[in-house]
Design a protein around this ligand. Structure first.
Ligand SMILES: *Cc1c(COP(=O)(O)O)cnc(C)c1O
Length: 366
């Protein structure tokens, strides 16, 4: 019997990826499952994706995630997005994962490992069109492609870039990226070998139809978070809930301070309940005195500073009992607390809220 749990609605997740797949005009769907599948659980989400048949590729940030997927029996193609270190190369090759080459130096290094191991590998060239994170210049990619074509060990199967967009105000930046990538594509695709070109993330597939190429890499929207405002995918729904249970109850007189630093003073005699969940479990301390929880289908404020593994909630005069469920993210009857709401309150983005819930919170898959 766990006090806290994350619930993942796999049926909803499968609906989401099916909706996304149907919206991308036949592009292959590469599902990013980095950072523990945006907090949802790496292996379970990958398995659900594999079962659904809507997903053609998985993308991870680094080698360890790829190995975990292979060891748990996932057979979808896996693309490691992050820059690689030399000592990882033999493992990348022997685990049959595809990976990113972002410089000619790394390409030659990988090639020499392939020759030594007498094993071939499949790689994607990353082109920087404006993110300035990893990736080579388009002209470098074209030269490298020519250098490597025809040799047997290192197979270039894809060429990709990443959008630096942060919403509508950065659409002109994305437009320039799309154009620069198109120039690069044109030079590479005339060489009569089919290549997977891919560029669009979640924002791209919802707002930039020109960014949808042979493959797309939407993460956030697949987990149920379409971009706000106009989105062709407004039907996708979150599949992540965070639920705790009331573990303690007390009556507090008017004018009493609550928690560390007495950052909240009661304005009346009231009932305060405690939940056994705090910032040590990934619930941000900066939500202290800001966010709400749902108990018995009603919204109540979190009061006082959030502790490492506990927090207090003011339930007024209502009857709330030890053992009652408290929803911190998700739905209860007609009430809802969204990831976007929490992100706004602590000045961050939904991605960061989802990623921060650690593995000490058990995940239950519905
Ligand atoms: C994380 C990531 C994505 C997915 O981004 P979303 O905004 O979640 O759709 C796509 N491509 C790369 C290279 C990434 O790092």
């Amino acid at each position: 019997m766990q006090a806290n749990r994350v619930e993942i609605d796999l049926l909803q997740f499968k609906k989401n990826i099916t909706l996304v797949k149907a919206s991308v005009n036949g592009s292959l769907l590469c599902l990013p499952v980095k950072s523990n599948a945006y907090g949802h659980g790496l292996v379970k989400m990958a398995k659900a994706a594999e079962e659904s048949a809507a997903v053609d590729y998985l993308a991870v940030a680094d080698l360890s995630e790829a190995i975990e997927l292979r060891q748990s029996g996932i057979s979808l193609p896996i693309l490691v997005l992050g820059a690689l270190f030399e000592e990882q190369v033999p493992l990348l090759i022997s685990n049959h994962v595809e990976f990113t080459i972002a410089s000619p130096y790394k390409a030659r290094m990988v090639l020499s490992h392939c020759e030594k191991m007498k094993m071939s590998c499949r790689v994607h060239l990353e082109v920087d069109t404006g993110m300035r994170r990893t990736g080579m210049r388009p002209s470098t990619a074209i030269d490298l492609f020519n250098e490597l074509k025809g040799q047997r060990w290192l197979k270039i199967v894809g060429v990709y870039s990443h959008l630096a967009n942060g919403g509508p105000s950065t659409d002109p930046i994305a437009q320039k990226q799309i154009e620069d990538f198109a120039v690069c594509m044109k030079q590479l695709s005339s060489r009569n070998r089919p290549l997977l070109f891919h560029l669009a993330n979640s924002y791209g597939i919802q707002h930039l139809p020109d960014a949808m190429l042979q493959m797309v890499r939407p993460g956030l929207v697949c987990y149920g978070y379409p971009s706000e405002g106009q989105s062709s995918l407004s039907a996708v729904q979150p599949c992540f809930s965070l639920i705790s249970r009331v573990c303690y109850f007390k009556v507090v007189e008017k004018g009493q301070g609550i928690s560390y630093g007495h950052a909240h003073i009661t304005s009346d005699k009231t009932r305060i309940v405690t939940l056994p969940l705090g910032y040590g479990d990934g619930y941000r301390r900066s939500l202290s005195n800001q966010s709400h929880v749902l108990i018995r289908s009603k919204r109540y404020p979190i009061v006082g500073n959030i502790c490492m593994n506990q927090m207090m909630v003011d339930v007024g005069n209502d009857s709330v009992y030890v053992g009652d469920e408290a929803v911190l993210i998700g739905k209860q009857a007609d009430q809802q607390i969204s990831v976007a709401e929490l992100a706004r309150l602590c000045g961050t983005i939904p991605y960061e809220i989802l990623c921060q819930f650690g593995s000490n919170l058990p995940r239950f898959y519905l």
